[in-house]
Structure formats: structure tokens, C-alpha cells
Design a protein around this ligand. Structure first.
Ligand SMILES: NC(=O)c1ccc[n+]([C@@H]2O[C@H](COP(=O)([O-])OP(=O)(O)OC[C@H]3O[C@@H](n4cnc5c(N)ncnc54)[C@H](O)[C@@H]3O)[C@@H](O)[C@H]2O)c1
Length: 343
């Protein structure tokens, strides 16, 4: 059994607390949160764990092998470095840090101390996301042209990070995993309606090598909850819908074929020699085995520690995501709209 401490038991930390309390490979021995009310909730979810408002109590306990961090983004790097200094493996919620420099510092420190850093890119532990990866790898979709990810809903409005840093780590980690090529160019437009300099809505565009495009829309100011990624390939198209209960993956035998009208003329010379034929065939709904992604994620943390290997979403993978977020922020044109105040 690996003894684990959880630092931060707020909105998201309580989910980790519940899953850790039920995990068979990890023993949740401490929960620490600066807010005593969060610890009361933790006490109900994990009655056998000790609680403390001072995180040092858990960090100085020599029986603690690993620490799970679910504190606000601004504190991630500092808390992770403290955990590593205490000689413990660390799991950090996404995004790994607020800058590439901070993320690199955490990765370098962990490598130097031979400790594991894992980042909470939860979607890598989602059965449907993994199944889509196998479908893409099988070649069933043909060449991937582009993927379009939409993650919108009403709230939760953050004050410490914008919608890009709060929501897009998920989309970027999914697209990086599926497309699996380096990002060559980025572009982004953001709109801030509710708070100064904090984008509520962001349209981000990634150009992967080979001109494969990844487009992302994130927003916490939208009437509907949508979590969908469309992947368009040369042979087939696919929709991943994370909020669907019965059709998480839909594969469409749809596309547009280019027919060469004059075989004798050889290849692609002029547009006039070709005809575009719309193909609208069947739709398949493959069965998806779904275990709670957070439980799979915590198992991966435990297994990587046991086996002394890098986890699927190690620090370097987290660093890649932070670096793309940073590039998008630099490229982002942020438009402000006059606040509409309620009287
Ligand atoms: N993987 C996901 O799908 C997902 C979803 C939501 C949030 N998150 C991530 O989880 C993290 C926390 O987000 P949240 O929504 O729970 O925020 P939150 O503000 O609700 O909770 C953060 C908690 O951390 C506590 N805290 C702050 N500093 C601390 C410290 N040094 N030691 C111990 N406790 C400390 C706060 O008192 C608070 O209770 C963020 O990094 C966020 O990006 C991940």
C-alpha cells in the first residue's frame, strides 16, 4: 500500500478524496486544506484519513509516500516543489503550472530526485478517448484533416485563470494524444465580458505538423453544456460526445471523394479533370467500456510508483500542454466588451 496525502479538498479535490478513499492500491492517510469547512467534508468522504489545515503536517509525515495536489493553479508549482523537497512523489491537477518556466522547474527537480510527477489530464483515462485513439491508429478514418473540440457551459466562472487555462488543458491534451504530432503554429481570439483581462470565451487554433488542424472553443458563458470533439478524416468522420449516455462515440461513413475523370491524363493536373463526390453512408455507435476516469487515473499513479516508470501523463506531457497554453496566450487577441451591470 502506498500512503497518500491530498492537499486541497475544494470543488475538484473532493472528487479525488472520494476516489482515493476507495482505491485499493493507495491509502489516503491525510487530507489538508487551508479551509476548515473543506476538511469537514473530507472527514465524511474519508473517515479514516487525518485532517490538517497546515499542509506541513502531512508533508513532514515520513510514512507519506506520495501527495495529490488539487489547489488553485497559481500554487501548483510551489506546492509541487515542496512535495518533491520532502522526498515524495507528486500528482498535480491540470494545468501543471502557470508558465513553462515553472513547469520545467518541477520536471527537472523530480528527475533529479528520481521522483514521479504526474499531471491530472483526466481525459487520458477516459475509456472513450482511448478507444478513439485506437480507431485513429487503426487507419479507419484515413488521414486526419482536422479535429474540432467544443467545451462550453454556464459557469464555473474563475477569477484566478481565464477560460483558456481553466478548460482548454483538457482539449489540448486530447488533441495532442490523438493527433500525436508537434504543434507548429497557434492562433487565438478571446473575449472578456465579465472581468477585466480574463477571457470568458476563447477560440483557439493549433496547426500540427503536416497541416493537421485542431480547433478549440472554450467558454463558461454558454446556455448549453457541450463537450464534443469532431474528428474529420479522409475516409470517415467521428464524433466524441462526453455528455452522451448512449452514443459517446459515433463513426460516420461520410466524406467527399475526389474522382479522377480522365484516367488517361495521369494525375491531378487541373481541377476540371476531377469531380467531388459526397459520400453519406452508415453511422456506427461502438460500445464503450467506461470506468470512472478518476479511478483509472489514481490506479495509474499507484502503478507508476510501484513499477518505477513514468505515468501516461507525466510531467513532460503536462509541460507540453502548458507550453501550448502559453503560446496561445501570447498569440491571443483579447477583446473587451463593456460590462453590463445589474442594478
Ligand atoms: N481534472 C479536472 O477535470 C478538473 C476539474 C476542475 C478543477 N480541476 C483543477 O483542480 C484544481 C483545484 O480546483 P478547484 O475547482 O477544486 O478549486 P477550489 O478553489 O474549489 O479548491 C481549492 C482548494 O485548495 C485549498 N488550498 C489552497 N491552497 C492550499 C494549500 N497550499 N494547501 C492545501 N490546501 C490549499 C483551498 O482552501 C480550496 O479548498 C485546479 O488546479 C483546477 O484546474 C481539475
Amino acid at each position: 500500500m502506498i500512503n497518500v496525502a491530498l492537499l486541497g479538498c475544494g470543488y475538484w479535490g473532493q472528487n479525488l478524496c472520494r476516489v482515493l478513499a476507495q482505491n485499493r492500491k493507495l491509502r489516503l492517510s491525510w487530507v489538508s486544506d487551508l479551509n476548515p469547512a473543506a476538511l469537514e467534508r473530507a472527514g465524511r468522504l474519508a473517515p479514516s484519513a487525518r485532517t490538517a489545515t497546515d499542509p506541513e503536517q502531512a508533508l513532514s509525515d515520513p510514512s507519506v509516500d506520495a501527495v495529490v495536489v488539487a489547489t488553485p493553479v497559481a500554487s501548483h508549482a510551489a506546492v509541487a516543489l515542496k512535495v518533491l523537497e520532502a522526498g515524495k512523489h507528486v500528482f498535480i491537477e491540470k494545468p501543471l503550472a502557470r508558465s513553462t518556466a515553472e513547469a520545467e522547474q518541477v520536471c527537472n527537480r523530480a528527475e533529479h530526485k528520481r521522483l514521479i510527477v504526474m499531471v491530472g489530464h483526466t481525459f487520458m483515462y477516459n475509456g472513450a478517448v482511448r478507444q478513439v485513439k485506437s480507431i485513429i491508429e487503426s487507419g479507419a478514418l484515413g488521414d486526419i484533416y482536422y479535429a474540432f473540440s467544443r467545451r462550453v457551459q454556464l459557469g464555473i466562472v474563475r477569477q484566478d485563470v481565464d477560460a483558456l487555462w481553466n478548460l482548454a488543458p483538457h482539449d489540448i491534451s486530447i488533441l495532442n494524444y490523438w493527433i500525436d504530432r508537434p504543434v507548429e503554429r497557434v492562433a487565438a481570439v478571446g473575449q472578456a465580458f465579465l472581468q477585466r483581462d480574463i477571457a470568458d470565451v476563447v477560440f483557439a487554433h493549433l496547426t500540427y505538423s503536416g497541416n493537421v488542424a485542431g480547433h478549440i472553443q472554450v467558454s463558461w458563458l454558454d446556455p448549453s453544456k457541450v463537450r464534443q470533439v469532431t474528428v474529420v478524416g479522409s475516409r470517415k468522420m467521428l464524433l466524441f460526445d462526453d455528455v452522451s449516455t448512449d452514443a459517446r462515440i459515433q463513426i460516420f461513413d461520410k466524406g467527399i471523394d475526389v474522382e479522377n475523370l480522365d484516367q488517361g491524363m495521369g494525375s491531378f493536373e487541373t481541377y476540371a479533370q476531377h469531380r467531388l463526390i459526397v459520400r453519406a453512408g452508415d453511422v456506427w455507435l461502438p460500445h464503450v467500456d467506461m470506468r470512472e476516469p478518476l479511478a483509472v487515473e489514481m490506479d495509474e499513479f499507484a502503478d507508476s510508483i510501484h513499477e518505477g516508470r513514468a505515468p501516461l501523463t507525466d510531467g513532460r506531457k503536462g509541460l507540453e500542454v502548458v507550453s501550448i497554453l502559453e503560446r496561445l496566450t501570447r498569440a491571443m487577441k483579447l477583446d473587451h466588451t463593456q460590462l453590463s451591470l445589474v442594478s
